[in-house]
Design a protein around this ligand. Structure first.
Ligand SMILES: *Cc1c(COP(=O)(O)O)cnc(C)c1O
Length: 338
């Protein structure tokens, strides 16, 4: 597979300030007996950073090309995507409508008021509630109903469609990131990434494949178990390959997902998650978030322990951001001191 120029067919709104840093983690490298590097996508620049900035460059590019004046998006209450979309809309002079779904049960009061919820209010976004978290079709229908109302009032709404049935435009941002990483450091053995919707995992895998990298891409399940995520990644890669006009099978053969770090479930923290979060902070002075990056680091620790990653190997851990959620998870993190 060779690089192609099909990426340039897609309109892109510039939200990133430049390539993100790639830093060696000296203390953890010594402790874990590997050569460990951190790709700092927590520093993508817009509104506390994170992986959604890269994904939004392509959604907002599409929205702008269609003449949109209002962005609509649905996600979990502490969704980073929703907060980043509101920031991107603000930067590009658009309004935003955020629908927040109840995906995570039994959370403390600050889950509903602090972190990303607070930031989205400061950004001036309109908020809608949705009482369920696993009803993708229902949530999408409710959001589209709001778009229809806005249209009737003369607005030009653009819905960021994240469901599996839609083209994964956001994954294109991670095709760019995969190429960026390869250009920064081509000779690593594996990269460890969170695997949620699969846009980040699928895009990075594809970007590296286009560069003819032989590195492994290890996806750490943060939303659903290994079998379900494996099946989802096949679909994401098929749709991404269709967008870029490349052969999906070459990508699908590279899917590798692990779910040991997922318990107790999406958006829920246990003592292992907290320990991983604290280890990164106390060894390197770098914060992870409880929902995604702490579980991804926890997954990396498992891969080293199980021998899947071998001593001396050059490994990249992708930090996807999500830091505002730390403040929405205060109760969960304080309940699990080490
Ligand atoms: C959304 C998110 C992820 C998951 O990325 P996908 O592209 O949905 O797989 C990982 N980390 C953070 C911080 C996120 O906000």
């Amino acid at each position: 597979m060779t690089r192609n120029n099909n990426l340039h067919r897609f309109p892109r709104a510039k939200l990133m300030s430049g390539p993100t840093p790639l830093e060696r983690l000296d203390n953890l490298s010594a402790e874990m007996d590997i050569d460990l590097w951190l790709k700092r996508d927590d520093l993508t620049g817009l509104s506390f950073g994170g992986n959604k900035t890269r994904q939004l460059e392509f959604y907002l590019g599409d929205a702008r090309q269609q003449g949109a004046d209002t962005i609509l998006i649905t996600g979990a209450v502490q969704s980073n995507f929703v907060r980043s979309a509101a920031a991107a809309a603000a930067k590009l002079g658009m309004q935003s409508v955020l629908q927040l779904e109840e995906r995570v049960p039994d959370m403390g009061a600050e889950y509903y008021s602090s972190g990303n919820v607070l930031l989205a209010q400061i950004l001036g976004a309109e908020h809608l509630g949705y009482p369920e978290g696993e009803d993708e079709a229902g949530a999408d229908a409710a959001l589209h109903a709001r778009a229809v109302e806005l249209k009737a009032k003369g607005h030009k709404p653009y819905v960021i469609n994240l469901g599996l049935g839609h083209p994964p435009l956001g994954a294109l941002g991670y095709v760019v990131a995969g190429q960026e990483l390869y250009q920064q450091m081509p000779d690593f053995d594996a990269v460890v990434v969170p695997s949620g919707s699969g846009a980040t995992h699928g895009g990075l895998l594809t970007g590296l494949a286009l560069e003819e990298s032989t590195a492994s891409v290890f996806g750490i399940c943060v939303r659903r178990d290994r079998d379900k995520q494996q099946a989802r990644m096949k679909v994401v890669l098929q749709k991404l390959a269709d967008l870029l006009d490349i052969d999906a099978r070459l990508l699908q053969d590279k899917i590798s997902v692990f779910d040991e770090a997922l318990p107790p479930g999406y958006g829920k923290v246990n003592a292992i998650t907290s320990a991983a979060l604290e280890k990164m902070a106390r060894t390197e002075g770098i914060f992870l978030d409880p929902v995604y990056s702490a579980k991804t680091f926890s997954g990396l620790l498992n891969l080293v322990e199980s021998g899947k990653i071998k001593s001396g190997e050059k490994i990249v851990l992708l930090h996807t951001g999500g830091l505002p959620a730390l403040f929405g998870y205060q109760s969960e993190l304080i309940h699990n001191p080490t």
